[in-house]
Design a protein around this ligand. Structure first.
Ligand code: AMP
Ligand code: MG
Length: 504
């Protein structure tokens, strides 16, 4: 079966007319691309080009995000958008590169790099912000090793919907601008339709990028990378003599806040290697990630995470471990005297645990409608989770039920305690409940619904389930009655055997 049959005619327009495009003026959309990363030492990247795709077809385009970037997608036809976002017809000013990086994967150090992605450029928005525009799945690069440089449609749609859901939940994340079906079949099992995801990020600089630069043992390269990252993410530090220590502390603080946000929505990243930890503090590289249904701290979804290294409850410790690798990479910049540099790195790392605990507790207080701070709040939150675990209560729906004053089986004694605690707040309970409904989502991208939407798209070319789920998770704090089914937990047998796959 060819890719057209796999995808279905519904989402694959006719073959992209390359000849005609060269004759007609190209729509400009509003591109304003810069290449500050490509001005860094050349050892940090490699020029690349997209593979040739004969029949790219637009699957989905994010017009609202495009608008925020200063791009008007309505100026281009779907075929033209497909050509642009699969790398076949690059925007004016594009200069694609693949970025070099290294990383600890499951604890083991490896050389990596963009093996299936290219950075088209950095779009400067009308308000002056800078965002990487990256095409993932666009073909082989110097860093592909034995990989084919390709991505399959299902996983790219998965990244699209989960990253957009995270954004709607207010959690820092890379975003998804478009998915284009390449028209190719990629070698994944019996063969899957290929696709390219256009991804938008504050930057794609990873802990692994710093590990790569540090490994070169050329301090000027490391310094150039750090100055670049500071200019992009912590510009207020740029002129400070202590800017590298300040940057290290800022990255640690952002990651502590980020992982606390994940824990508060039951998100399991699934593959928290150091190359998947961004210095921007955005969630990056959605592979085998998933939201948990029933609360269980040992939840692990990834089919290859045999020892549960990246299980839910372990995420804060793993992020701390990744930050220790980051601090190590930064050591040469922290002082000329190594013992002093190491002491500074350790001092910065010591802040992680208290920052994480404070961010988590603040998140849990908000989930429970609490504004005042009482010493017993930590125990109140922990006891709720213990009761939820015992009752196998659904994580998302339990908090939502509390905020809608619906009883949850197994939580009666705890609920009495919480009501007594709410009574000690200054605002009336009704106000607290309203605030809770703005932080406890009514709907998340549940695994069984995501799988349904992806198989409809991949196997039958039907995008309606994907669009319906995307619409629901894009407004997660309000769910219309017609979409109530999307909030229901999966059948127990689904939840018990659900596994996610990466590298696809
Ligand atoms: P990921 O699991 O997506 O974070 O990828 C880990 C590393 O493997 C990165 O360096 C990717 O660029 C690379 N990689 C993943 N899939 C492919 C592929 N199909 N072809 C080439 N490189 C890949
Ligand atoms: Mg990665």
């Amino acid at each position: 079966m060819g890719p057209r049959e796999l995808i279905g005619g519904a989402i694959l327009p006719r073959a992209y007319p390359l000849g005609r495009m060269s004759a007609t003026p190209r729509p400009t959309l509003g591109w304003n691309l810069d290449h500050s990363y490509a001005r860094l030492p050349t050892v940090l990247f490699d020029a690349c080009a997209a593979a040739r795709f004969e029949a790219p077809g637009l699957v989905i385009a994010n017009h609202a995000l495009a608008c925020e970037l200063g791009l008007d997608m309505s100026l281009a036809s779907d075929d033209e958008l497909a050509a642009i976002f699969s790398g076949q017809s690059l925007p004016d000013g594009a200069a694609p590169i693949a970025q070099a990086y290294a990383g600890h994967q499951y604890g083991h150090f490896t050389m990596l790099g963009d093996g299936r992605a290219m950075l088209v450029g950095e779009q400067i928005t009308p308000s002056g912000a800078r965002f990487d525009i990256q095409l993932k799945g666009s073909g082989e690069t110097a860093y592909s090793r034995r990989g084919d440089g390709r991505a399959a449609l299902g996983p790219m749609l998965r990244e699209y919907i989960i990253s957009e859901a995270m954004h709607a939940l207010g959690i820092p994340t890379t975003r998804s601008l478009a998915v284009v079906a390449t028209g190719e079949t990629v070698a994944r099992g019996a063969g899957k339709p290929g696709a390219v995801l256009a991804r938008v990020a504050a930057s794609h600089i990873r802990v692994g990028t710093f590990q790569f630069a540090a490994g070169l043992e050329e301090i000027e390269v490391l310094r150039a990378l750090a100055d670049h990252a500071i200019a992009r993410h912590d510009a207020q530090l740029a002129d400070s003599p202590a800017r590298y220590a300040g940057f290290l502390r800022a990255v640690i603080a952002r990651q502590a806040a980020l992982v606390a946000r994940w824990q508060c929505v039951g998100f399991v990243h699934g593959v928290l290697n150091t190359d998947n930890t961004a210095v921007s503090g955005e969630t990056i590289d959605y592979g085998p990630c998933a939201f948990m249904d029933a609360y269980n701290p040992d939840t692990v979804f990834s089919s290859i995470d045999h020892h549960g290294r990246y299980r839910y409850a372990h995420q804060p410790a793993i992020i701390q471990w990744n930050l220790a690798r980051f601090a190590e990479a930064m050591v040469p910049l922290l002082s000329d005297d190594e013992p002093t540099a190491i002491a500074r790195a350790n001092e910065a790392l010591d802040a992680f645990a208290p920052l994480y605990r404070a961010a988590w507790l603040a998140g849990m207080r908000a989930k429970l409608g609490l504004v005042r701070e009482e010493a017993e709040d930590l125990a109140l939150a922990q006891d709720l989770l213990a009761a939820m675990h015992a009752a196998r209560a659904d994580f998302t729906n339990t908090f939502r039920a509390l905020s809608e004053e619906r009883a949850v089986d197994g939580l009666e004694p705890w609920t009495l305690r919480w009501h007594a605690r709410l009574a000690r707040e200054e605002r009336p309970r009704s106000k607290a409940l309203t605030a809770m409904r703005a932080v406890n989502p009514a709907v998340i991208p549940r695994n069984h619904r995501v799988e349904e939407a992806l198989s409809a798209a991949e196997e039958r070319g039907e995008l309606a389930p994907f669009h319906e789920l995307l619409a629901a998770v894009s407004s997660p704090f309000a769910l219309s009655a017609s979409r109530a089914h999307l909030a229901e937990p999966p059948p127990r047998d689904f939840a018990e055997c659900y596994r996610t796959f990466c590298g696809t």
